[in-house]
Design a protein around this ligand. Structure first.
Ligand SMILES: [Zn+2]
Ligand SMILES: [Zn+2]
Ligand SMILES: [Zn+2]
Length: 114
């Protein structure tokens, strides 16, 4: 399975090949960029706040906030829900996500819970 991101609406799609282009909420066709193979490593872009679970570090081109993503590895995908009190990003991880590079600046303040 491959992971794609639309740089217009920030939608994430998982598909074997290029996903359907129709119906982008930002208007017209989605503009999909291939990000990487689906995996269990959760990454967050500091610029666009998109979360991707990929096998290795996602591709850095096609950031909705302009030019290149700034990916940071958070943790392995899991059942525990962590939400950052500063940037409001919410993620399901197997352990406490890495605190570095909060989109709100400085470090994340992760709170475990629903
Ligand atoms: Zn789209
Ligand atoms: Zn980005
Ligand atoms: Zn944060």
């Amino acid at each position: 399975m491959k992971v794609y991101l639309c740089r217009k609406c920030s939608s994430v799609a998982e598909a074997a090949a290029n996903p359907e282009g129709k119906g982008c909420p930002a208007g017209g066709q989605h503009d999909w960029t291939y990000c990487g193979e689906k995996g269990k490593k959760v990454h967050l872009c500091r610029k666009c706040k998109v979360l991707l679970a990929t096998f290795a570090a996602p591709a850095d081109f096609g950031c909705p906030e302009g030019a290149y993503h700034e990916w940071n590895y958070l943790a392995e995908e899991g059942q525990d829900r962590y939400t950052c009190a500063r940037c409001s990003v919410s993620v399901g991880c197997a352990s406490t996500p890495d605190p570095k590079n909060c989109p709100a600046g400085g470090i994340h303040t992760w709170k475990k819970g629903k």
